[in-house]
Design a protein around this ligand. Sequence first.
Ligand code: ZN
Length: 236
Amino acid sequence: MILDFKVSHLKKWHQPTNSNQALIHFIKQAQNNAGFSNLELVKRMGFRNTNKAMRRLHHFERSGQLAPIYRQKIIQVLGLNKADIEQIEQQHSDHQWLQLALFIRHFNQIWSHRKMIVRHPDYANVSFPGLYLSVAYLQVPNYNLGLLLQHYMNGDWMESSVCCGDFHIVGAGGSPLSGRNTCHGFCGQCQNQKHYTTAQFGTLLKAHKAIKPVCEQRLTDKTMTDLLRDFSLLID
Ligand SMILES: [Zn+2]
């Protein structure tokens, strides 16, 4: 199934997924620290129907969406601070999609500077919400612009049958085991963004495993806005 959406709908579509990527990490970390298995966690949450509760928990691990009652109980059981969770959500909702929109709008110019960008740690390590690889049960490093451009340069993370031009995948998540995989990205031709379930997740993972970053992987203070300004691609 392919779900099209306009840029104006992006926030609505992706805000829960992305803000909750941080939330998933935050809660799983707390769960790990507490030493609770998933089953133990839902039992402590007081749910009698553990199968149903486990399905909800798995849904949360994929989508980051929790029904209010689950959220409240998880906070209680893991001894979390509600304000911390609200802060995580706030941080991610603030200008969340601006950097992604800039990347897509200026992609052709960024592409023309790709060889320099992938080699320069300050630019290659630029990241933004929406740029990610998330794999259930596996640790995946933070994704960044350099890795993404390297994929495109290898002809990976691109699909030709999704839109009118080469479709560039920017973010992908899922579980190779359950087969529940999604990705999103943009068309290089019409710049439309799409979010869809993908049967190609294994191919994306394979490319990820094969990639050898051409520069040091580290944090950078640079943002997409900085990169565009430094390359004189953004004039404001
Ligand atoms: Zn298109």
